[in-house]
Design a protein around this ligand. Structure first.
Ligand code: NAD
Ligand code: TYD
Length: 329
């Protein structure tokens, strides 16, 4: 297959491209704006063609879509805290960007897969979300992602474009930018820096190893029915404080590094994603949280070059703005 992968230089996108090229022999064109989160280093070991562009750039998108069998759209602003501080880019990329991609796919008659998130469903106290659960997003990130999902659905209903939506739960693994919980805590722990836990730390996330999400997306691309939504959840749920304590233990530190800080506004208490529909297609997440977290810690331990260049300059400025404190180590 020839795929156009938008946002393929980011965390999940680059892992997906590696999987498709290595295990499936796909030909891949990556289109990416290279925001702070997009990095060509993430794809240094993978054969691909690269187009440096914004998904909202109609001309470049139309050109890049020539001759492809399917488009997989990962391109997004992805950090909830940044969406609270500065929502602009979230609205533009998720609304206008998705619209431009859908128009080009419609013009060229190309199959379209939208990568989405469990956060569009909002928070759930008990039980798990199904694809029929109402969309009740809490943050500008999840609200704009939900808007993009609705636009995708409208292109199936109105124009008959062959679309599928894949909603993943919280991903972790190699190449994740250290603004997200797991890599932030791992790198801080390596440096003996404080580990900032929001609120009481009892918020629950449903952890999905990034390769499992990639396999799920590939499976839905091959076997999903047009117009449908598929949840792809991880096998394990864990309160944040337990995640952080596991990282403390993995890195040989003690719990005195943990610091409870002011909670995130509108913080969703719990996510839990039911994946029966994708399981019925023959796809099951394989990596348990304990195993994946261990592999992730080892990857960051070995790949110091990858994160040393990030953990400076703009990142330190961001950290200071977000946490009101400088990183020490
Ligand atoms: P990321 O922030 O690591 O990567 C996003 C990529 O998109 C970057 O390469 C960035 O340069 C690119 N990008 C941003 N705006 C763009 C634009 N306007 N045009 C072109 N490229 C642009 O994010 P990620 O964690 O890899 O997430 C990828 C997708 O998966 C997103 O759609 C996200 O909503 C979804 N998702 C993420 C998670 C998670 O836990 N990280 C879980 C479920 C779903
Ligand atoms: P995050 O990785 O930002 O993902 P999301 O908000 O999309 O689920 O955060 C995961 C959880 O960890 C979330 O409940 C917020 C919490 N968290 C902290 O407690 N401290 C932190 O410094 C960060 C970044 C997140």
């Amino acid at each position: 297959m020839k795929l156009l992968v938008c946002g393929g230089a980011g965390f999940i996108g680059s892992n997906f491209v590696r999987l498709r090229v290595r295990d499936h022999g796909d030909e891949v064109v990556v289109l990416d704006k290279l925001t702070y989160a997009g990095r060509l280093e993430n794809l240094a070991d993978v054969d691909h063609t690269f187009v440096h562009a914004d998904i909202a750039d109609a001309e470049k998108v139309r050109e890049a879509m020539a001759g492809v069998d399917a488009v997989v759209n990962f391109a997004a602003e992805t950090h909830v805290d940044r969406s609270i501080a500065e929502p602009d880019a979230f609205v533009t990329t998720h609304a206008v960007g998705t619209y431009v991609l859908l128009e080009a796919a419609r013009e060229r008659g190309v199959r379209y897969l939208q990568v989405s998130t469990d956060e569009v469903y909002g928070s759930i106290a008990s039980g798990s979300f199904t694809e029929a659960s109402p969309l009740q997003p809490s943050s500008p990130y999840s609200a704009t992602k939900a808007g993009a999902d609705l636009l995708v659905a409208s292109y199936y209903e109105t124009f008959g474009l062959e679309t599928v939506i894949c909603r993943g739960s919280n991903n972790y693994g190699p190449y994740q930018y250290p603004e997200k919980l797991i890599p932030l805590m791992v790198l801080n722990a390596f440096h003996g820096d404080k580990l900032p836990v929001y609120g009481d730390g009892m918020q629950v996330r449903n952890w999905l190893y990034v390769e499992d999400f990639g396999r799920g997306i590939g499976h839905v691309l091959a076997h999903g029915a047009p117009g449908e939504v598929y949840n792809v959840g991880g096998p394990d749920e864990c309160p944040n404080i337990d995640v952080v304590k596991r990282i403390v233990a993995l890195t040989g530190n003690d719990d005195t590094l943990i610091e409870y800080v002011t909670d995130r506004p509108g913080h969703d208490r719990r996510y839990s994603l039911g994946s029966e529909k994708v399981r019925a297609l023959g796809c099951v997440a394989q990596v348990r949280f304990e195993e994946g977290l261990d592999a992730t810690g080892k990857w960051y331990r070995v790949n110091t070059d990858w994160w040393e260049s990030i953990r400076s300059g703009d990142y330190l400025e961001y950290y200071k703005r977000q946490y009101g404190t400088a990183l020490g180590g």
